[in-house]
Design a protein around this ligand. Structure first.
Ligand SMILES: *Cc1c(COP(=O)(O)O)cnc(C)c1O
Length: 393
């Protein structure tokens, strides 16, 4: 079985690059050059240095003793929450911004839903001296005011997308329109393993540092580099892909995906793409996503803003077809309970997205000798208002 993208940008039946005519030249340059640029010794050195000194990598693989006792198995947490800016997203934005520089681009455009990708993008633009424009739905700007303030502090221009539902979809549309209008000097930084080829593969490679580290760290503490399970949440799929990347071919490693179940897969208020998604083209690639009878994307729902994306990257459609990963729809209440439990057992406040992965401990059974790695994609500071409201604290 093959889990790598082919020359045309497909994972089996999914992927590709469905972009408007005006962007085809830009995408083609990127398709032709990204692998070579990423292999350049200079590029690798600069990226490695920033990941270590600026992001704070390697992030710890923490043996969670109290959680392990509670669930009678060996639980390790991969601490992406300790990355600069509080989540894994910066692993990717640093990589793409360095690539953009090598391609001679001076300006960056990106879209953001909850604001996390916008903050990670604004951060690297400040660091590398690039102009940064972030599109965000007007409604999301109200709901995520602290992240808007962060982006502005970092020098980014935040533009409100005013059309339609004023959330992520409209922000994507307007960021794309911006890129269409400025194809020469602007680079579009995408925040997950979604979009036209080569973005899914490029983002996967930048995030793969997570599993590269897990292998080394586990070998040191367990005497073997393969765990029995890796669990990660999926919005678009970037933190999961990073955590799974070097284990796809290792069939003894079971890969578990926690999707945003919302209020239940039957409720109509869900983000569990693997259960309710259908084939189509979303944001430039062929994948599964939630759609109406005319094939238009539906609004996804999850209590966690990072998971309420109506689809997932093409790799996940492929992994589903070949049953390489197990999908679990984690409903809001389970995630919130698991988030609070981590606070109380280990003294770590997780992002609500990551709490979906933690909830799998309650939903599956593990053996005492199993080594279970959970990718803790981000920290929960951004979610405190939501946690407090939910628990009436
Ligand atoms: C954005 C985000 C996610 C979801 O995105 P993926 O691309 O699926 O990783 C998960 N966790 C956190 C903390 C995030 O910020």
């Amino acid at each position: 079985m093959n889990y790598q993208v082919d020359l045309n940008g497909f994972y089996g039946n999914y992927g590709g690059a469905y972009v408007p005519e005006v962007l085809q030249a830009n995408i083609k340059v990127l398709q032709e050059q990204y692998l070579a640029l990423m292999q350049e010794p200079d590029f690798k050195l600069q990226l490695a240095q920033l990941l270590s000194d600026y992001v704070g990598r390697p992030t710890p693989l923490y043996f969670a003793k109290n959680l392990s006792q509670k669930y009678q198995t060996k639980v390790y947490l991969k601490r992406e929450d300790l990355c600069h800016t509080g989540a894994h997203k910066i692993n990717n934005t640093i990589g793409q911004a360095l690539l953009a520089k090598r391609l001679g681009k001076k300006k960056i455009v990106a879209e953001t839903g909850a604001g996390q990708h916008g903050v990670a993008t604004a951060t690297v633009c400040a660091l590398l001296g690039m102009e940064c424009i972030i599109y965000m739905g007007a409604l999301d700007m109200e709901r995520q005011a602290p992240n808007v303030a962060r982006m502005k502090m970092l020098g980014a221009e935040v533009r409100a997308a005013q059309s339609g539902a004023k959330t992520l979809k409209e922000a994507v549309d307007e960021a794309l329109m911006h890129w269409i209008g400025n194809p020469d000097d602007t680079f579009y930084i995408i925040g997950s393993v979604v979009g036209p080829h080569p973005y899914p593969d490029m983002v996967a490679r930048f995030q793969s540092v997570i599993s590269e580290e897990i292998r080394k760290q586990l070998l040191l503490v367990e005497g073997r580099s393969n765990p029995d399970y890796i669990i990660a949440c999926v919005g678009g799929g970037s933190n999961a892909t990073g955590a799974f990347y070097h284990f796809f071919e290792e069939e003894s490693v079971r890969l578990i995906v926690a999707e945003g179940g919302g209020k239940g897969i039957e409720s109509g208020q869900t983000a569990a793409t693997s259960f309710v998604g259908q084939l189509g083209v979303l944001h430039g690639s062929k994948t599964l996503f939630m759609q109406d009878n005319d094939g238009n994307p539906l609004e996804a729902y999850s209590i966690s803003a990072g998971l309420d994306y109506p689809g997932f990257g093409p790799l996940y459609a492929h992994l589903k077809e070949y049953n390489r990963v197990d999908f679990i729809a984690v409903e809001d209440d389970y995630a919130m309970k698991a988030g609070l439990a981590l606070c109380r057992t280990e003294g770590i406040i997780p992002a609500m997205e990551s709490a979906h992965a933690l909830a799998v401990l309650d939903l599956m059974t593990f053996k005492p000798d199993d080594v279970v790695v959970i990718n803790l994609s981000g920290r929960g500071d951004k979610d405190l208002d939501n946690y407090s409201a939910y628990f009436n604290m």
